[in-house]
Design a protein around this ligand. Structure first.
Ligand SMILES: Cc1cc2nc3c(=O)[nH]c(=O)nc-3n(C[C@H](O)[C@H](O)[C@H](O)COP(=O)(O)O)c2cc1C
Length: 398
């Protein structure tokens, strides 16, 4: 197993830090020198994830200012590891003081205690959503490197509670999504979703939802056939996020309702000579490899565990106690999960793009090697013929 704090192969990163430490940070590796990077775009995505954005997110004040301490100089990559630090500025550890002894329902306190024997209960420690700021920073760079290859990654909130947007994946656009606080693809659904969130909030409660990510312009051929299928890697990447309880690609769980004749995506050749499919039930991946159609994935986001509504739960001594959260938390985390999910999808895709480019480069190198080997063999043959003629000549001259 790679380090459990690392992710990726050709484009890899490692994160460190906890929600209530001084800093959190990420170190990225595997990026060629000389590539232009827009550092404002990194901050833009961090701002989309940060708390305190609107009435449907936690009012905690964390500016999430990225400090790029290495690897980017004068707006270009240097080829050395990129390190980004984010200072934790709003550490109200006292908000959590009286919960040190309580096994918080829906949070990782009990499981961390079982695993490590200790737990930094302040804000969830490593299990906190705060760590995802680092993935957003890493993903913002990945998105730029993908954009340089014509690939874009767009996330949005498809559903909150029982309110679902029916905007087609083909018609989602970033300005509509970013034009409302819940990041729904249309204003009418957004209004209903916000009402559901405010109603839960008024009860001291929370609601879940579905976040969808669409990849446009993805080339065919990304993904490995068995253990690193593109869809398997996407599922893994998204399931590494807190609060994610389900993953589907394309028609996903709905495909069980269809017959093969309805669920298969028939092929045709387009005007550019590319093979396309008339439908996209597969969600852009067949046999673990991208087929050139849009990649469409969805994740189920559970209702945030931290709620101000009182519940009964056990403390570490096994006594049942009344418990409610006094800190400041999100009534629905979908709007903040959107940029994080985009980042994870971008990180997986870029990793596979770079692996594929290596394969292509290897086969080009192999072709040249084969040509050189052919020339070597021909030269050996000529040398042998030359020796034969030389022997023949010396025999004739004697
Ligand atoms: C971006 C993001 C923000 C989150 N914010 C909160 C939050 O404010 N309150 C909360 O209870 N859980 C929040 N979570 C989820 C918890 O981290 C998660 O539920 C918890 O660690 C338990 O893990 P599990 O739900 O995957 O089992 C957030 C997750 C993400 C990805």
């Amino acid at each position: 197993m790679n380090s459990p704090n690392s992710f990726g192969n050709a484009y890899s990163f490692m994160t460190f830090g906890e929600s209530h430490g001084a800093y959190i940070g990420v170190v990225l590796d595997g990026i060629k020198p000389g590539l232009p990077i827009d550092t404002d775009a990194i901050q833009h995505d961090l701002n989309r994830r940060k708390p305190g954005q609107s009435s449907v997110t936690t009012p905690r004040n964390e500016p999430d200012q990225a400090q790029i301490v290495s690897g980017i100089y004068n707006g270009k990559t240097t080829g050395t590891p990129i390190c980004i630090l984010i200072k934790n500025q709003d550490q109200r550890s006292h908000d959590y003081g009286d919960i040190a002894e309580i096994l918080r329902p829906g949070h990782a306190s009990h499981t961390y205690l079982q695993k490590y024997g200790v737990f930094d209960y302040r804000g969830g420690g490593r299990a906190s959503g705060r760590e995802t700021a680092l993935r957003v920073a890493a993903g913002a760079i990945a998105k730029q490197l993908l954009a340089q290859r014509g690939v874009s990654v767009i996330g949005f909130t498809r559903q909150v509670g029982n309110v679902q947007s029916d905007v087609s994946t083909d018609n989602v656009n970033v300005s509509a999504i970013e034009g409302n606080i819940v990041r729904a693809p249309d204003a009418a659904s957004a209004e209903k979703m916000i009402a559901v969130i405010h109603a839960a909030q008024a009860d001291g409660d929370s609601v879940g939802g579905v976040v969808e990510v669409v990849v446009k312009g993805c080339p065919a051929g990304l993904g490995e056939p068995i253990y690193h299928k593109l869809d398997a890697d996407l599922a893994h990447a998204l399931m590494t996020l807190g609060a994610i309880k389900g993953f589907e690609i394309g028609n996903g769980f709905d495909s069980v309702l269809l017959r093969g004749s309805e669920n298969n995506d028939p092929y045709y050749k387009d005007e550019h000579g590319n093979f396309r499919t008339t439908t996209n039930k597969a969600g852009g991946v067949v046999g673990g490899i991208s087929n050139g159609e849009d990649i469409v994935v969805r994740i189920a986001v559970k209702p945030a565990s931290s709620i101000t509504k009182a519940v009964q739960t056990a403390n570490r001594s096994g006594e049942m106690v009344d418990f409610k959260v006094e800190g400041r938390h999100d009534p629905c985390i979908c709007p903040r999960v959107v940029p994080v999910a985009e980042a994870m999808v971008a990180l997986v895709l870029l990793d596979h793009v770079l692996l594929q480019e290596r394969i292509a480069a290897t086969s080009a190198a192999e072709q040249v090697q084969q040509k050189l080997a052919t020339i070597d063999a021909e030269m050996q043959l000529l040398a042998m013929q030359k020796k034969l003629y030389e022997d023949e000549l010396s025999a004739l001259q004697q």
